[in-house]
Design a protein around this ligand. Structure first.
Ligand SMILES: [Zn+2]
Length: 348
């Protein structure tokens, strides 16, 4: 069977399963996740025209998709910040509409421009995980630096792009955006310094800032506005480094240093941590605990069951494709499945 056909069949099976389980009530949050703490992960919120030129569309939703997602969450869950939802859950609160925390990773400017109005209109509070150094300096995170740089290099100097792509085992395809995304994925296997060096070499090969005008990080003023509006600002480390590879001093700086900095800038305690790329080990978790965080989140999928480790909470990431059915329609059944424990058995 052609790959396209097998993918369509897989989606057809998923959609059929999603409709059946929702119809039977098995994925309805009040029943499926009654005693669970669900944490939703989002990254970028980009209007369609920006999304079309973004190298990593798999970590983005449009403002319209976000508004639809938030309306669903509000109807079926009790939404709060991560700190709020986790505290209530730990204290034994089990509302008829289960507790859910909405989290946004990476501190991108689009969160302020496009997510904030949607959240505020719906009266939903969320948690924003920010990498402190990128906020301070307004610099892009390595994956955006590499992704945007590689798209630019593929257009400007294909042989140079091909050489650098070869280093992460990527052969350029016809779609520059997909090739850039493959380069980002491939480079995650490199060690921290090697990965940054690669992003640096791509940046040197294309003069100027390869990012479009709409791209950027939030600043402290914007984060203060969010915090004053009742949203939570959590730490996503200082440099967004993959933490298990760091020595003790660097690890301490990433965990405790980022917490102190956020507190100093915002004047409120920083209680939540998000491991960059979800990467963690026992040593990293211990550093996060020592730094004083009350909860920390992974990228691993799943609603949290009673007894979950507060410093290893799992999440349910959402993108355009995880809220749409096989023919591209926004689907409550597909979203409900994605947030339900049943998803582990009917993955699509
Ligand atoms: Zn991140």
């Amino acid at each position: 069977m052609a790959p396209g056909a097998s993918q369509r069949l897989r989606l057809l099976v998923r959609d059929g399963g999603a409709r059946l389980l929702f119809g039977l009530g098995l994925t309805r949050p009040g029943r499926a996740g009654a005693d669970r703490l669900t944490v939703v992960t989002l990254h970028r919120v980009l209007p369609a025209e920006a999304l079309a030129s973004y190298p990593l569309p798999q970590i983005a939703v449009t403002p319209e998709e976000l508004a639809w997602i938030v309306a669903f969450l509000r109807a079926h869950f009790t939404c709060d910040t991560l700190a709020g939802a986790h505290r209530r859950w730990r204290e034994g609160e089990r509302p008829a509409r289960p507790l859910l925390a909405l989290t946004f990773d990476d501190g991108q400017l689009d969160n302020f421009v496009h997510a904030r109005p949607v959240l505020d209109a719906a009266g939903v509070k969320a948690t924003f995980f920010v990498p402190v150094e990128a906020i301070d300096q307004g610099t892009p995170l390595w994956h955006d630096r590499l992704g945007f740089g590689m798209m630019r290099l593929l257009a400007a100097d294909p042989p140079a792009a091909r050489r650098l792509l070869g280093e992460v085992g990527v052969v350029p395809g016809p779609d520059a955006r997909a090739t850039a995304a493959a380069a980002v994925a491939g480079s995650k296997r490199l060690r921290e310094e090697a990965r940054r060096a690669l992003a640096e070499r791509v940046a040197e090969a294309v003069p100027g800032d390869p990012r479009p005008a709409w791209d950027g990080m939030m600043g402290w003023d914007q984060l203060r506005t969010l915090a004053h509006g009742g949203h939570e600002i959590g730490s996503h480390s200082v440099t967004h480094a993959l933490l298990p590879g760091l020595d003790a001093v660097a690890l301490e700086r990433e965990a405790a240093g980022s917490r102190a900095r956020i507190r100093a800038e915002l004047g409120v305690a920083c209680e939540s941590f998000c491991y960059p790329n979800g990467d963690h080990d026992a040593r990293v978790v211990e550093a996060v605990r020592r730094a004083g965080y009350r909860q920390a989140v992974l990228t691993a999928w799943g609603p949290n069951a009673a007894g979950a480790d507060p410093l290893r909470l799992t999440r349910c990431d959402l993108q355009g494709r995880t809220v749409r059915d096989g023919v591209g329609r926004l689907s409550e059944e597909v979203l409900a499945l994605r947030l339900s424990p049943a998803y582990a058995r009917v993955r699509g």
